[in-house]
Ligand binder design. Structure first.
Ligand SMILES: Cc1ncc(COP(=O)(O)O)c(C=O)c1O
Length: 326
């Protein structure tokens, strides 16, 4: 059903798909639930993570449109920038990163990988988005003056075309359910720039899957994040040419901001606790910015009995654990 809508849209195959899904036996026992994990940290490309699915579509589009370079921005430890640097490099596109913050004395974790991939990096000593956009515009103009054709890559890849990667992920989830006779009632994931959740919801709407997708907000309030997810999901359905009712789509957007703490990249105790639970009981490493907070929400839901009894729940590990080596 979903694949019919995706089959003619060009994409690269940097991600190794489908990613595995497996039962988390020890945590299922500890939390008295039936818990599975979809391992999107194992998309393989550039240490894996959710962004490779988006970049499969976005880089393909950039190449087909004749661009020869990429400009994007993010935090110094941005997973997005790590993956874009690598995806651009292997596709023959020069990547120019605008990173917020001062150049650290030593490049570690994601920043180290950006440099190994050969990205050109400009540091901007500000966390204000407008300052980063200004610097990105400056870089784009510079490149154009040199006769280059730079592609402005939207941050986090959270535009309709990038979200197609998660429409496809929803298809994989449904195929797993079918082939393993596991009916999930819930899908839980981290929701940041929103394209991952939006793509899954678009896939849910197309397929008619009846469960609930909950995005644990990692950077915004529930209201703001819901609006963002809705917008990208509707753009994604429009891109696919799929007709839908806005009310129906809105009813599928579930965001919880109770595990965000003081804000983006602000570590919470429940996040640290969740990272240890996953590491010590499953050998699965999460990160402190995204997946740890999503898992903190999942663990709390399980302890409060918020998932219906006997239901099977799927946690999506969206990657990001390179951050642990910061
Ligand atoms: C590891 C990880 N998980 C989840 C997310 C959130 O995905 P999205 O930005 O599509 O909401 C991100 C985004 O940067 C991420 O790096």
């Amino acid at each position: 059903m979903i694949s019919k809508y995706l089959k003619d849209i060009p994409k690269l195959e940097m991600s190794l798909l489908p990613t595995p899904v497996h039962r988390l036996n020890n945590l299922s026992g500890r939390l008295a639930m039936d818990l599975y994990c979809k391992r999107d940290d194992l998309t393989a490309f550039a240490f894996g993570g959710n962004k490779t699915r988006k970049l499969d579509y976005l880089i393909s589009d950039a190449i087909n449109s004749g661009y020869d370079s990429i400009v994007t921005f993010g935090a110094i430890q941005s997973n997005w920038c790590r993956m874009t640097s690598t995806a651009g490099a292997v596709s023959g596109l020069d990547v120019h990163l605008i990173l917020s913050g001062e150049k650290p004395p030593k490049a570690t974790a994601n920043l180290l990988l950006d440099t190994l991939a050969g990205a050109d990096i400009t540091y901007v000593n500000s966390t204000d988005r407008d300052d980063l956009v200004k610097e990105a515009d400056k870089k784009i103009n510079e490149l154009k003056k040199q006769g280059r054709k730079p592609f402005y890559m939207p941050v986090g890849g959270s535009v309709a075309r990038g979200s197609l990667g998660y429409v496809q992920a929803m298809d994989e989830i449904l195929e797993f359910s079918e082939s393993h006779s596991v009916r999930f009632s819930d899908i839980v994931l981290a929701s940041g720039s929103s394209g991952t959740q939006a793509g899954l919801i678009a896939g849910q709407l197309i397929s008619g899957w009846e469960g609930r997708i909950t995005g644990m907000a990692v950077s915004r309030s529930r209201g703001e994040q819901s609006g963002k997810v809705f917008k990208v999901a509707s753009d994604t359905l429009d891109l696919l040419g799929y007709k839908y009712s806005e009310d129906h789509l809105r009813s599928l957007v579930h965001v919880d901001d109770n595990y965000l703490g003081k804000g983006y990249r602000e570590l919470t105790d429940s996040c640290s606790g969740a990272i240890k639970e996953f590491a010590r009981y499953e050998g699965v490493f999460l990160d402190e910015v995204y997946t740890g907070k999503a898992a903190a929400g999942l663990i709390d839901y399980a302890r409060r009995g918020a998932f219906g009894e006997g239901n099977s729940v799927l946690f999506i590990h969206t990657g990001g654990n390179i951050q642990l080596f910061e």
